[in-house]
Write a new protein. Structure first.
Length: 202
C-alpha cells in the first residue's frame, strides 16, 4: 500500500510540475513586426515564426492557419512570404517580403485562433541591406486589439544568421483547470497517506 501511494504521488507531482512549466503568453491572436527606421524605413523579413506553448507548433505558418498582410508589397514580394515556412533570407530565393519606404513599414500575422505562445522568431534578409533590420519592434495583440507584449530595438543585423528568437513571458493568471485538478488529487493522496500512517501506528 505504501509503495503504491508513493509511486502515485511521484507521478502526479511530475505531471503537475511539467504542466506549470509549459506556461506562456496567453490569448495571442495577432503579431505585428514594424521598423522604426527613418529615413529610408523599408524593411525585408524572410520569416516570422510563432511557437505554441506545449506543442512547439509554428502557428504563424500559413500551413497551420496563419495569414499575413503588410503596409506595402514591393519588388514582386507578398506579405505571405513571411509565413510560408521558408527561412531562407536570400532575396533571390523568392521567400523574403520587401516593404516600400513608408513610415512604420511592417507586416501583420493573424493566427487562426487565440493561442498560448512560448516564443517568436524573426528571420531577416541575409544577402543584402542588413542595416534595414536593426531597429524592429515586435508587438503581440489579443483578439480585441489589446497589446499583450512589446519588444523594441530588435537588431537582426547583430546576429550571426540575421534571426532572433524572442522568449515570451508567462501571463497565465491562474492555473489551468487540469492543473487545479491534479493538485487537488495530490492533496487527496497526501491526506490518504497520512491516514494510512496513523492507522498503522496503532
Amino acid at each position: 500500500m505504501l509503495r503504491l501511494v508513493t509511486s502515485s504521488l511521484a507521478l502526479l507531482l511530475a505531471f503537475a510540475v511539467s504542466s506549470l512549466a509549459e506556461a506562456g503568453l496567453i490569448d495571442a491572436e495577432q503579431i505585428v513586426v514594424t521598423t522604426a527606421r527613418n529615413p529610408n524605413p523599408s524593411v525585408q523579413i524572410a520569416e516570422v515564426q510563432a511557437f505554441e506553448t506545449g506543442t512547439g507548433i509554428n502557428v504563424a505558418e500559413s500551413a497551420n492557419g496563419g495569414s499575413a498582410s503588410a503596409t506595402s508589397e514591393t519588388f514582386g514580394t507578398v506579405a505571405a512570404d513571411v509565413i510560408d515556412g521558408n527561412t531562407n533570407g536570400s532575396f533571390g530565393a523568392g521567400s523574403t517580403w520587401h516593404s516600400g519606404n513608408e513610415l512604420n513599414a511592417g507586416v501583420t500575422i493573424d493566427l487562426l485562433a487565440a493561442t498560448e505562445l512560448d516564443s517568436v522568431t524573426i528571420w531577416g534578409r541575409t544577402d543584402c541591406c542588413q542595416d534595414r533590420q536593426n531597429d524592429l519592434t515586435l508587438q503581440i495583440f489579443d483578439g480585441m486589439g489589446t497589446l499583450l507584449f512589446e519588444q523594441q530595438n530588435i537588431d537582426l543585423q547583430a546576429t550571426a544568421n540575421q534571426s532572433l528568437e524572442i522568449a515570451l513571458p508567462d501571463t497565465a493568471p491562474v492555473p489551468e483547470p487540469a492543473s487545479i485538478a491534479i493538485w487537488s488529487l495530490i492533496g487527496f493522496v497526501l491526506a490518504g497517506f497520512g491516514y494510512y500512517r496513523v492507522r498503522h501506528k496503532k
